[in-house]
Design a protein around this ligand. Structure first.
Ligand SMILES: Nc1ncnc2c1ncn2[C@@H]1O[C@H](COP(=O)(O)OP(=O)(O)O)[C@@H](O)[C@H]1O
Ligand SMILES: [Mg+2]
Length: 272
């Protein structure tokens, strides 16, 4: 993890401590034995689109490794959300492979991917607005049969405002607070990788900074975070790895620093 993270985020890392223990790589009950090597989650050379429609992704590769924050940026309509959906099993991937911890999961349903440890916060409709904050978190834990209270307390430690508002309808919360509910809901499954599609959409710069700090806090414990961001510069500043997607294909890939320093990336995507 890079030094860019030091000093960011608060000091309470209880969520992530627990997450860390579930992060230990290796097979769990009856899973196929993962082959060693390769990134923790990778969509490799993915080509495909929605239903029988035209291909949106063209030979697109996106990956995130343990301990990393990987960020996908690019213009509107570039296929960033489509790439996330492809990784999560919501797309008709005609060619290419998705692997989680070495295991080929290309043919698994989204539900089965959640069971394998993928936590996904989609760009839209990512909370149940008529349910309370706490009910949203409970819904997040739907696949679990064990006691979820510890995880819920950890989510509340990470996002204290949610504890204050736990009996309020999630739809009554501010944009930033709703995003916290959405991220909290995903954490309730105790995922091994967290995927966030525009977690800071529509929030003020201050709230964006706070959300980024919380995301860094989650990531620095070893939980890999893959996120799409429209705030490209700020996101690349906290990214270990960045992808610029254009028209469904990889246009630029590098460390966050490299992309921030790349004249073409700056000119075309970062406003100079
Ligand atoms: N559900 C869908 N059905 C058909 N086409 C879609 C759907 N969602 C997105 N698209 C198309 O896929 C392309 C990429 O969209 P998207 O992945 O949402 O871009 P981004 O997230 O980078 O803004 C766009 O041309 C968009 O119109
Ligand atoms: Mg999108």
């Amino acid at each position: 993890m890079s030094d860019a993270y030091s000093g960011r985020g608060n000091k309470d890392r209880s969520v992530t401590k627990e997450t860390q223990s579930s992060m230990v790589p290796g097979p769990q009950h009856g899973e196929a034995h993962p082959s060693p090597g390769g990134p923790f989650l990778i969509g490799e050379s993915m080509t495909g689109g929605y239903g029988n429609g035209p291909d949106i992704l063209h030979d697109c590769t996106i990956a995130v490794d343990e301990g990393e924050i990987a960020v996908i940026v690019g213009p509107n309509g570039a296929g960033k959300s489509t790439g996330m959906k492809a990784l999560f099993g919501m797309l008709n991937v005609r060619a290419g492979t998705v692997r989680l911890d070495g295991e080929d999961i290309t043919d698994l349903t989204p539900q089965d991917r959640v069971k394998k440890g993928m936590g996904f916060v989609p760009q839209t409709h990512n909370i149940f607005t008529s349910m309370t904050v706490e009910e949203n978190l409970e819904m997040g834990a739907f696949i679990r049969t064990d006691d979820i209270r510890t995880t819920m307390e950890q989510v509340y430690d990470l996002f204290p405002i949610l504890k204050e508002k736990r009996y309020q309808a999630a739809g009554e919360l501010s944009g930033g607070q709703r995003q916290q509910v959405a991220v909290g809901r995903a954490l309730m499954t105790k995922p091994k990788v967290l995927m966030l599609d525009e977690p800071t959409a529509g929030v003020s710069p201050i709230v964006m900074d706070e959300l980024f700090d919380r995301i860094i806090e989650v990531a620095r414990t070893g939980l890999p975070v893959l996120m799409v961001e429209q705030n490209a510069r700020q996101a690349l500043e906290i990214a270990d790895k960045g992808y610029v997607l254009v028209q469904g294909a990889n246009a630029h890939t590098g460390t966050g620093k490299e992309l921030l320093a790349d004249p073409e990336v700056r000119q075309s995507f970062l406003g100079g």
